[in-house]
Design a protein around this ligand. Sequence first.
Ligand SMILES: [Zn+2]
Length: 317
Amino acid sequence: MKKLIWFMALIAMISNYAYGSCKNELELVFCNKKEAEKLLGHDDIMVHQWSQFDCDARLGKTGGNKRELVKFVTEQALDWTDAEKKAVSDAWQKLNRIVTAEGYNLPVPEEVKVMKTTMMEEGGAGGYTREDFIVLQSGLDKSDPKDVELLLAHELFHVLTRRCPAFRKDMYALIGFKIADKEFEFPADLADKRITNPDVNRFDSYATFNIQGKPTDCTMAIFSSKPYNGGSFFEYLTIGLLPVKDGKVVSENGKTKVYKLSDATDFFDKVGRNTDYVINPEEVLAENFSMAIFGGNDFKSMKLIESIREYLRNNSL
Ligand SMILES: [Zn+2]
């Protein structure tokens, strides 16, 4: 009998591992190197957003172009090891268990694909997303399982906001951000210096901040303040608050007005103090979403975590 139970448990474990979780749960599908190369080679919105700085910084040289960069990105695909697959699967199963137990309603796709790269294409990031797939770094079997759980939930958030505008709008509202009727045009004087975040595909969110004593609508943008001169693009990140008015980014004499985050005296009152990763509302919320799922009840801005949990339980998506 013992043997039989053990055998049945083993079969259940293997089938879960190989085919993802059971129905009504979010299914994770591992892509091998060849499958990953195909998806990474897509000419998607991220490729369209890439600036000259993106090409230079990601290729590690000046004067690169998008065609070279797409090739470089696909060349970073790797095969999973069994140990890595198990680490990611374990975290995913735990995420599914929590979502079910807490009664969270997530606008999940039928399946989420996950692949592995060297991450050289993203400056050594831990993970990122495109379309409805997640790209992760290698060696996650050697990471703290808690970090893998938080990373997966963070990346899942980007997949959810990309596929469900209503979810995105509601979540952004929790930190005081609104979505404009149409995207702002990225300012011409910053276009070549834009640093593209593959997880942020739309330039249309804004919030009202207190700047120089006045309520000012601003969107958030990332760009480099200097030409590429080696190293990861993470070394060049400039986060700006760009005032917007009548659906346009404000400029003075052809130069875009840029405020620093510290110019907005109420910036952290809005986005909370649970994370320092405040480069965009999308990233602030991805961090808080993963904490709301996995994190317990000990956060500086507990109200934000509670409002996320309440929304996940009660939304009618
Ligand atoms: Zn992210």
